[in-house]
Design a protein around this ligand. Structure first.
Ligand SMILES: [Zn+2]
Length: 217
């Protein structure tokens, strides 16, 4: 677990330049400009937020979980994490985190993985990979552009043996993570619809995304 960093009292929804309500199970995307601060809020708690970033000017440069973990020498995303691109550049820096546990190893749920893990009857349940494909298609991309993602608010303990399991989330209602954009980025979210494991407390809920112009905390 890492330290909680309080954000500025001046950073309220009233001063945000973007304020989005994202329904349970829904996809979402928006652009965040260099210097802006992005907040993803787990409004009701225990909600995994599958997230990808792309260079807003060249979508072939996108989030790299491998480079992000290697550069910081840690398996989790939290305050201080530099979110790295496939070109080895810093896309965003995590500047605040009231939860302290975000995964970037376990990937996104899909109809295929659900079928393998939970049984054939789950094949037709909505899944994050569907959300990602739907959302990136709005920006001219396709399923080949969906890469391993960040799972904000998803709790995936990794044992010394390397074994990892998705367990109950530790995020409480209103928990949030904030990132300062170090380049213009396209943010793509799947508000995870999974109901077969504890990543959403078996009850997917809405989330909120806010963006501020002022990069100073
Ligand atoms: Zn999912």
């Amino acid at each position: 677990m890492t330290a909680f960093i309080q954000t500025s009292a001046a950073r309220t929804p009233e001063t945000a330049v973007q304020d989005h309500y994202i329904p349970a199970e829904a996809p979402f995307s928006t652009f965040v400009r260099k210097g802006q601060v992005l907040r993803i809020e787990d409004s009701y708690g225990q909600q995994a937020v599958d997230t990808l970033f792309y260079n807003a000017h060249d979508f072939s440069e996108r989030y790299s979980s491998q480079d992000t973990m290697r550069e910081q020498g840690a398996a989790y995303v939290s305050t201080g994490t530099k979110i790295m691109s496939s070109e080895g550049r810093v896309m965003l820096t995590v500047t605040a985190d009231s939860c302290g546990r975000h995964d970037t190893s376990a990937g996104a749920c899909s109809c295929e993985s659900n079928t393998v893990r939970f049984g054939a009857y789950t094949k037709y349940l909505h899944a994050c990979r569907d959300n990602f494909v739907i959302e990136v298609s709005k920006h001219g991309m396709s399923k080949r552009d969906v890469v391993p993602n960040i799972n904000f608010f998803m709790n995936v303990p990794i044992e010394p043996s390397g074994k990892m399991t998705i367990v109950d989330g530790i995020s409480s209602p209103g928990d949030y993570v904030e990132m300062k954009a170090e380049m213009d980025v396209l943010l793509v979210i799947s508000n995870c619809p999974q109901i077969n494991n504890p990543c959403n407390g078996f009850d997917p809920t809405p989330i909120r995304v806010l963006v501020w112009d002022d990069g100073a905390a």
